[in-house]
Design a protein around this ligand. Structure first.
Ligand SMILES: Cc1cc2nc3c(=O)[nH]c(=O)nc-3n(C[C@H](O)[C@H](O)[C@H](O)COP(=O)(O)OP(=O)(O)OC[C@H]3O[C@@H](n4cnc5c(N)ncnc54)[C@H](O)[C@@H]3O)c2cc1C
Length: 384
């Protein structure tokens, strides 16, 4: 067993740290989150770090990173800069990975090099008002009409739809089929006629928007089917392809948010004096901080273990769900405890702890809720 990252991975980690130090700041995160604005201005600079092509190989303009590289990227970006993380994770990494795993050769050649250059961003539209955890209940339809498909329906809570050049849309192409069949992923241009995108108000993670989308006779050519003609009615299997990596990345992300909250709380506790002594000298504060660190370290190990298994090509859906549950529930608790360490100042918007807490609240819902993760564990352990 070797817990060390390779020299290349350490160098990659340092490249990301340098980028974050050079191009981002706490002030930038605060300003963007207050304005609810996406950091387009970072895209070109981030492209120079090779981060944007991490998920796919050189022949498509990427760098062919492995799972542990993905974890390094998620950890460093989520720790160092909410803006850089928002730019990378959803619209680039998850979308690039989806196309790399499922796209036709032609689609990979068309989309991936531009994604790696920071010139193209995507969104993924699955959720509907009546189809959340039960994603197979989607009703957005795509009906063949000559050489096209015509899409009608309503998606909601879609990350970054308003800044996306294209939206991978989950549609029902065969209404008669059973629940998990008859679903097709279609690549819909962000500016397609008949598309209406409205930004929704929310609690946190405001650097990347969350939107509802109305499809009103949106027409796309048959070439828009993810994976080419063979991709017709294969959408469910294509989505499942990504789930392990998505859960590993979410685990790394929330572990890093919690680490940042802990580091801020520790620094504050050493600085803040009450009753003539730094509050870090009081055992009740020490216990809060020690418990935060214990849980963060446990999450990190679970994340690395799931990532390592995935990299070896082993079946690891159980470990991915376990890591996702632990990291996201830990991040909520750690950021709440961080608020306590900061006392009244934690509640003030001028400190970042409230932002970490608001962002951490999403973890147990996104990427399959933690109740659904527990159902997966129950299934994999033969309880149902
Ligand atoms: C900020 C944000 C960004 C998002 N981005 C995207 C995106 O980019 N693309 C996209 O497609 N979607 C996105 N979503 C939607 C997200 O994936 C869904 O919110 C999530 O899948 C849960 O669905 P729901 O909100 O409809 O909750 P529901 O499914 O209605 O669940 C409500 C509650 O019931 C529980 N529950 C449901 N079924 C069961 C069951 N069988 N057993 C036990 N408990 C159950 C859930 O765990 C939850 O606690 C985003 C959501 C948010 C908040």
């Amino acid at each position: 067993m070797d817990f060390r990252f390779t020299e290349e991975q350490e160098a990659f980690r340092n490249t990301i740290r340098d980028f974050i130090k050079r191009e981002t700041s706490r002030e930038l995160d605060r300003q963007l989150e207050e304005e609810g604005r996406f950091p387009f201005e970072l895209a070109d600079k981030m492209a120079q770090t090779e981060l944007l092509g991490l998920a796919f190989p050189v022949e498509y303009g990427g760098v062919g990173g492995n799972v542990m590289d993905f974890i390094v990227a998620a950890e460093e970006l989520a720790y160092g800069s909410e803006a850089a993380c928002a730019l990378f994770l959803g619209p680039v990494f998850f979308i690039g990975e989806t196309i790399h795993l499922n796209g036709s050769e032609e689609q990979k050649k068309k989309y991936l090099p531009l994604i790696a250059q920071g010139k193209l961003r995507g969104a993924f539209a699955l959720t509907e008002p009546d189809a959340g955890s039960d994603a197979s209940a989607i009703t957005t339809s795509a009906v063949a009409d000559g050489d096209d498909y015509v899409i009608n329906g309503h998606k909601t809570m879609i990350s970054g739809a308003d800044i996306a050049d294209f939206i991978i849309t989950c549609t029902k192409t065969d209404k008669e089929s059973r629940r998990y069949e008859g679903i097709t992923l279609l690549m819909v241009p962000g500016k397609a006629e008949g598309l209406t995108i409205n930004k929704l108000k929310k609690l946190g993670n405001n650097i990347i928007s969350t939107c509802e989308i109305f499809y009103d006779d949106v027409r796309v050519p048959k070439e828009a089917i993810m994976g080419g003609p063979e991709g017709l009615n294969m959408g469910w299997l294509q989505m499942i392809n990504n789930l392990d990596i998505e859960r590993i990345m979410i685990s790394a992300l929330y572990t890093a948010i919690a680490q940042r909250a802990y580091d801020d709380a520790l620094a504050y506790a050493k600085e803040r004096k009450q009753f003539g002594r730094p509050i870090s000298e009081y055992q009740m504060i020490q216990q809060l901080l020690a418990d935060m660190l214990v849980e963060i370290r446990a999450s990190r190990l679970l994340t690395y273990h799931a990532g390592w298994l995935k990299q070896q090509g082993e079946f690891c859906s159980l470990e991915c769900s376990i890591a996702k549950i632990h990291a996201t529930e830990m991040a909520k608790k750690v950021t709440i405890d961080g608020m306590q360490v900061l006392g009244g100042y934690g509640y003030m918007m001028e400190n970042d702890m409230q932002r970490y807490l608001r962002n951490a609240m999403l973890g147990t819902v996104g990427g399959g809720t933690n109740q659904i993760q527990r159902l997966i564990i129950a299934k994999l352990q033969g309880m149902m």
